[in-house]
Design a binder for this molecule. Structure first.
Ligand code: XBP
Ligand code: MG
Length: 244
C-alpha cells in the first residue's frame, strides 16, 4: 500500500535555482569577490548538491593552487558567503519571486485529504524551505509535512541517500510504502539508493540529466492525480516480466 509521498524541494516543489543563482552572485558581490556565475556555469555547478559544497567546489576549481589561505580561512569564507547568500535567497522568496511548480499544491492537497503522509527530503537549508512553503501554503505549512529532513539534519548531500534513509526512519515506513519526487540525477540516485520508486519532473537546469531508473519522467505534476500515482506505484511493485 502507498502510505507516504516524499518531496525534494529545489527544482521539484518549485523552480528555485534562478533565485539561488542570483543570491549566490549577490553574496559574492557584497563580500567583494569578483566571481559571477552565469546560467551555463551554474548548470554544471548544480552537479554538486548543497550551496556550501558548491562554493567549495568552485573555489577549488578557480583557486585550487593558492597557498595563502588555509583550510580554516576557506571554511570561514564559505560559511560567511553561504550565510549572506541564504539571506538574499530568503528575501527573494519573501518578495514572491519563487512559486510552486504546476500541479504541486493540488497533489499535496489530494494526498492530505486521502490520509497519505507527506515528507520533505532536501539538501537545502531549513530557512529556505520555511520561506518557500510559508509563502506558498501559509503559516501552517509545517502541519502538512510529518517529517522534514534537510541540510541541518542530513549533512551528507545527495546523491548520498542519507536524507532519504533518515526520512524513512522518522516516518517509520519502509521504502516499499513510499514514492519520492525529484528533479535531478543526484536526487534520483539518492532516492533510488534508499530503495524508493521515484517520479522525476526535470526543469531547465536538469533536463539533460540521466534519469534511468525513474518510475516516471514527466514535464511537471500538472494533472497528476493520486490515482495515477497509485497505478504507477502498483506497477513498480510488480514490474512486467520479459517475455520468455
Ligand atoms: C538543491 C541544492 C541546494 C540549493 C541551494 O538540491 O543543491 O544546495 O541549490 O541551497 P536538491 P543551499 O534539490 O537535490 O536537494 O544553498 O541552502 O544548499
Ligand atoms: Mg532538487
Amino acid at each position: 500500500m502507498l502510505d507516504a509521498l516524499i518531496f525534494d524541494v529545489d527544482g521539484t516543489l518549485a523552480d528555485t535555482e534562478h533565485a539561488h543563482l542570483a543570491a549566490f552572485n549577490a553574496a559574492f558581490a557584497s563580500e567583494g569577490l569578483d566571481w559571477r556565475w552565469d546560467e551555463a556555469l551554474y548548470t554544471r555547478l548544480l552537479e554538486v548538491s548543497g550551496g556550501k559544497e558548491r562554493i567549495r567546489h568552485y573555489w577549488q576549481q578557480v583557486h585550487g593552487n593558492r597557498h595563502d589561505i588555509d583550510g580554516t580561512e576557506l571554511s570561514a569564507l564559505i560559511e560567511r558567503l553561504h550565510e549572506v547568500k541564504t539571506a538574499y535567497y530568503e528575501d527573494a522568496v519573501r518578495q514572491g519571486q519563487v512559486r510552486l511548480r504546476p500541479g504541486v499544491i493540488e497533489l499535496i492537497e489530494e494526498a492530505r485529504r486521502a490520509g497519505l503522509r507527506l515528507a520533505i527530503a532536501t539538501t537545502t537549508s531549513p530557512v529556505n524551505i520555511a520561506a518557500l512553503l510559508r509563502s506558498a501554503m501559509g503559516p501552517d505549512w509545517r502541519m502538512a509535512f510529518g517529517v522534514v529532513e534537510d541540510a541541518s539534519t542530513a549533512p551528507r548531500k545527495k546523491p548520498h541517500p542519507q536524507v532519504y534513509l533518515q526520512t524513512l526512519q522518522r516516518l517509520g515506513l519502509s521504502a516499499q510504502h513510499c514514492l519520492a519526487f525529484e528533479d535531478s540525477a543526484n536526487g534520483l540516485q539518492a532516492a533510488r539508493a534508499a530503495g524508493l520508486a521515484t517520479v522525476v519532473t526535470p526543469n531547465a537546469f536538469t533536463a539533460h540529466h540521466d534519469f534511468s531508473g525513474a518510475l516516471r519522467v514527466l514535464p511537471s505534476l500538472a494533472g497528476v492525480t493520486l490515482a495515477d500515482l497509485r497505478s504507477w506505484y502498483a506497477g513498480s511493485l510488480n514490474p512486467p516480466t520479459a517475455a520468455a
